[in-house]
Design a protein around this ligand. Sequence first.
Ligand SMILES: O=C(O)CCC(=O)C(=O)O
Length: 298
Amino acid sequence: MEVLLGSRRLTVGSKQLGLLTDSSDFLGQNEQLRSRMAADGYLLLRGLLDPGDIAAARIHLLQNLAANDQLDTSVSLSEAVIKTGAHGAFLGGRTDVSHAQPVLRVVEASELFGFFSGFLGHDSLTFDYKWLRVVGTNGFTGAHYDIVYMGRGTQELYTCWIPLGDVSYDLGPLAVLVGSHRLESYQRIRDTYGRMDVDRDNVDGWFSSEPLEIAEKYGGQWCTAEFTAGDVIVFGMYTMHCSLVNTSNRFRLSCDVRFQRSDEPTDERWIGEHPIGHYAWGKKPGVTMNDARERWKV
Ligand SMILES: O=C(O)CCC(=O)C(=O)O
């Protein structure tokens, strides 16, 4: 299967783009899950969530997109075919859409709290802000560490990426740069880019929009997978990740959420009735990542 990673056309299952390892068999075995996370930087957990709940959240979102004239309604709504001229949207926040009951039932599912409480060895909490994404044709996310967006609380914070429906390769699933969180060759990136805060520093958030460039220079392997409704992938703040390019004519729907121990400090931007979010980032001309990387020598 050929896919697009940035501008590079790659074969899934190759040296440049491997397959994610499924850790679902370890569910309930928290020591094993922690070792796997320490080694790989991520956990792919298939079937953690109820596919029926995912379907209900998906329909809710699709109805909203249809009402906003974003979908080709000559085909079944469930296909999420993009209306000519319509684009993707970032529907993140604590909004009527992200906090509608069917969506909340997925992104704050008891299975997620149960998983994280076991994995973290303590009651868990989740940020009120939800990163709900509707990704259109040619849309993708560049390679980055999440710490640059949400690093003001505990560093023992985890992202959980939840596809709202099946995500085949052509829809642009998540990809992870295995090794980027622990290899010595990434130390300087962790010590420079990894200490950045986009609101404080007003630098681009993506380390690169050409993910392969990073692996070629610093090592590790990009890995991805097709996702089925109910699957999730969990990863830490220093795991470089991105998405493949959506090369289809359908929207890719997903939501990424954050979990941590409830007794650790939280990043105030993402908590509360009206999370303030990125209050400064991008509000005035900032530093490009190219300039920042030149300065950091990475
Ligand atoms: O869904 C995407 O395209 C990107 C998701 C992401 O960057 C994240 O989950 O942290």
